[in-house]
Write a protein of this length. Sequence first.
Length: 157
Amino acid sequence: MVRQIEVAGGTARAVREVSGELAAVYHVTRRVLALMEEQGSGGRIVYVSSLSAGLTRPGAIAHATAKAALDAFARHVAMEAGPGGTAVNVVAPGAVRTEGTAAMRTPEVEEALARRSVLGRMLEPEDVAAVIGSLVDGGFGAVTGAHIPVDAGHRVL
């Protein structure tokens, strides 16, 4: 059983990845909420997670666990911060065409991802930015505690 949950780079790396992500989000959130409280105005917090939180694939246990924990953290922050007027949401992109994903994006992989999308393409950074912008500009003020997948329809197929 233990062999089935080994992670690339070892257990110590996985623990560092999960705890590092959560510690960073926790500390930034505490500071942002304190500033919002000082200003007395509430606000908007948008966390960027990943569809990986709900998927399984070899070698992704640490990343998926960290993102799933972020999703749970965000729901709790939404509950705690809502009475102060702060909306908290999660945007969870699928595969996005960035420098960070360039190494995995062979022509074959890009073609396969496009076939698995109802839009017939990979996501661009602007696709994700548009959703985040819509959440923070105030137009969706009553949306809080939401987990919003941005995946070009990948989950539909």
